[in-house]
Design a protein around this ligand. Sequence first.
Ligand SMILES: NC(=O)c1ccc[n+]([C@@H]2O[C@H](COP(=O)([O-])OP(=O)(O)OC[C@H]3O[C@@H](n4cnc5c(N)ncnc54)[C@H](O)[C@@H]3O)[C@@H](O)[C@H]2O)c1
Length: 441
Amino acid sequence: MTMTSGHAKNLQKPKGKLGVLIPGLGAVATTFIAGVESIRKGYQPPIGSLTQMGHIRLGKRTDNRQPLVKDFVPLVELNDMVFGGWDIYEDNCYEAAIKCGVLPVPMLEKIAPFMKSIKPMKAVFDKEYIKKIDGPNVKKGKSKMDLAEQLMKDIEDFKKNNNCDRLVVVWCASTEVYKEPTTVHSTLKNFEEGLRNSDPNIAPSQIYAYAALKMRVAFANGAPNLCVDVDAIQELAMENGVPISGKDFKTGQTLMKTILAPGFKARLLGVSGWFSTNILGNRDGEVLDDPGSFKSKEVSKLSVLESILQQDMYPTLYKDLYHKVRINYYPPRGDNKESWDNIDIFGWMGMPMQIKVNFLCRDSILAAPIVLDLVVFSDFAQRAGFRGIQEWLSFFYKSPMVPKKLYPEHDLFIQLMKLKNTLRYAMGEDLITHLGVEYYD
Ligand SMILES: NC(=O)c1ccc[n+]([C@@H]2O[C@H](COP(=O)([O-])OP(=O)(O)OC[C@H]3O[C@@H](n4cnc5c(N)ncnc54)[C@H](O)[C@@H]3O)[C@@H](O)[C@H]2O)c1
């Protein structure tokens, strides 16, 4: 990411339409789209969205400058967004939203014609990467490069047909199986060769990412599988000057972990065990029932605590931490996930204590405003000329992407400070350190 202080200061409010293209028009994507349309119609406020409801402090505490983020940074208006996407099923967004069962039918009825107008384009899909589902709305191609070119054509046609000025792609499709990067992912040259040879190690999500970046379209990855995390794709992002971010929307149990764990560490409380279990009955839960897809999720979820608690630095407190994460597919609950956390902590004189968290959350309700903020900020990043990994968007992700030499920041509050300071820096405002000595001079 390249940026100098104040370089986005003269950036104007964007004109023209922003096309939002989404691989995977399932629970998260349709809840996001339905929400944006309901907000546009004035039916609902944008609850949970930092770009729409958040304020940012500028200058000293005595200055009383706390504008809305969207009044400080020139961001796209919701009215200027148009939506499209790909899915392996042919359902339009109204049908998909009804089947996902996240939002009540009367709420969807109010925006039914709009939701029905969004129909998925044919997807790039490979059963080897998502075992539990299959669908008819899938592209055929001579090679993976041919499939990538078909996606590029979709992107180009969507832009033309909807008269878009700019585009953003957000991956909201199912979690692919866990695979380590191979030599085909090590350079762009190898990757393109691999696309031409239909290398089995190239995942569909990576084909979408390649197509988007070739078209100079920002890409955000909401799933835990490796997608834009590989060297070849990052090389392309830098070469074409495109922002990328990921991975795995930070919702539910992990959101709670990144709120609680920094608190324990701040107060130097030990943690000997953290057992997390979930029941989940939507299609995401079904896909995660496959051990390969679950492995992607597990890796993403497990890294959070180890990274926040810094076991090497605090061996007395965290060296023996036993961390276990379970996800159980349980259809009766649909999208209304329930999670239980048992946290064994210890304090002064090593005395043990326990904390139980029982979160009855709605996964897609927590994810939808994240998708909105990622769309809005990815578009801002694109217009401001940021390229490559956008670490300042870590706030939205369970497993934030960082350059190889860095460890990720998982603490939600550090992430928020990083995000807001990035906006201040880009707009030429003073950074806020919370030192505050100036008030006592
Ligand atoms: N709901 C959350 O809170 C949450 C949080 C973090 C991450 N995620 C991730 O977001 C993604 C979406 O979650 P969801 O609950 O909407 O799942 P979902 O199963 O309801 O929707 C995913 C959709 O992707 C489609 N799909 C699968 N492979 C595809 C491909 N190759 N191309 C195009 N479409 C494809 C499926 O047909 C499905 O309609 C998942 O990867 C999930 O792990 C969700």
